[in-house]
Write a new protein. Structure first.
Length: 360
């Protein structure tokens, strides 16, 4: 696909154009935008992000025009302004905190939307002073956009930034077909997926694993910080490195339970995909995961370890976790996301869908 400005300007007619801007388009942000585009095929999605090696996680849908730039955050801002002037989008959607800073500028004629994908002031790997600064910036910009929140917890945080804030919930969802496995507990294997970094808290995960029975296999699908990787491997965790999505889903499906230990979170796609693969989720008790509805038995490693052991030994307990996990998957559906997105971007689902099919 030719993604030059001239080609984008001359692209086929759509019901609306949305310009997405992100400082980085890797991992969960890429997957979220890609899935949102797939359920809104009548909308043209232009995606602008800084180039980073290995940041793409899958192919884009045909109604997405991805544009990568080199340079600084200022260069990204200049490119966003140029693309806004060229395309005059119905909406401009900023993703994550750095791109969210661009809300200070004027984008008249376009609805401005901001999805933090987990507010920066929730980070626990930075000083209290930095977190206060991050929060103050969010307060100053809170009324310059509509928040596209991915969890009830994000909605609550956005409301605390400003009582006048406009907020909409856009549920993440799994794009893979749901599989119900007959007996997950027969596979004494746990799995988690993601980058080995402070946010995913590999130290917490290592403490969970340290006191598990030796017959429970543990896999971390992903890669990242070398020292944390060594610590994981020292307690018996198999770290796969980066693999393609087909392999990710295969490994997750082979496990008995998915264990999520992130220190702060938005609404992760990896856990939704795990449930869709037929693998129930046990999560660390952090506000976002609790608000989405996951089973969150404890805030400390010992409590998570005890929950995993009980899961493999107690039929009724395992069934409770399975039902809770499947309910989260049902609530966070493609249909709910499509309806929310069409409302967020400025037109109703029924009419938009009718018009799209009439012209396709």
């Amino acid at each position: 696909m030719d993604n030059s400005p001239n080609q984008i300007s001359a692209s086929p007619n759509y019901k609306a154009t949305v310009l997405h801007v992100s400082e980085a388009m890797g991992g969960g942000v890429h997957t979220a935008v890609s899935s949102w585009a797939r359920v809104t095929p009548e909308i043209r999605h232009i995606v602008l992000a800084k180039r980073r090696a290995g940041q793409s996680t899958s192919e884009w849908p045909t109604n997405v025009w991805p544009l990568e730039i080199d340079g600084s955050l200022l260069d990204l801002f200049k490119s966003a302004k140029s693309m806004y002037k060229l395309t005059r989008p119905s909406a401009i959607h900023f993703h994550s905190s750095l791109a969210g800073l661009f809300r200070f500028s004027n984008f008249s004629g376009s609805k401005v939307i901001y999805s933090p994908h987990c507010f920066a002031f929730e980070r626990t790997d930075v000083s209290i002073l930095k977190r206060k600064i991050f929060r103050r910036i969010e307060i100053l910009l809170a009324n310059r956009s509509t928040f596209g929140a991915v969890s009830p917890h994000e909605i609550e945080l956005a409301r605390k930034l400003s009582h006048r804030a406009k907020i909409e919930l856009i549920p993440n969802f799994a794009e893979i077909e749901f599989i119900r496995k007959l007996n997950t507990r027969s596979r004494r294997k746990i799995v988690t997926v993601g980058r080995i970094c402070a946010q995913k808290d590999p130290k917490f995960f290592s403490e969970v694993v340290r006191n598990l029975p030796s017959d429970i296999e543990v896999i971390w699908v992903g890669d990242g910080d070398l020292e944390s990787k060594k610590e994981l491997e020292s307690v018996g965790v198999t770290v796969t490195g980066w693999v393609d999505m087909k392999t990710v889903h295969s490994v997750v499906e082979s496990a008995g339970v998915y264990v999520h230990t992130a220190a702060w979170e938005g609404s992760p796609l990896a856990t939704l995909e795990a449930v869709a693969c037929g693998t129930p989720v046990i999560s660390r008790n952090v506000p976002s995961m609790q608000s989405v509805g996951y089973y969150t038995p404890s805030m400390n490693p010992t409590g998570i370890t005890e929950s995993i052991i009980r899961y493999f030994d107690d039929d009724s307990y395992a069934e409770e976790i399975r039902l809770i996990s499947e309910n989260v998957l049902e609530e966070n559906s493609a249909a709910n996301a499509a309806s929310a997105l069409r409302g967020l971007y400025g037109f109703g689902m029924n009419q938009a869908t009718k018009d799209y099919h009439a012209t396709s």
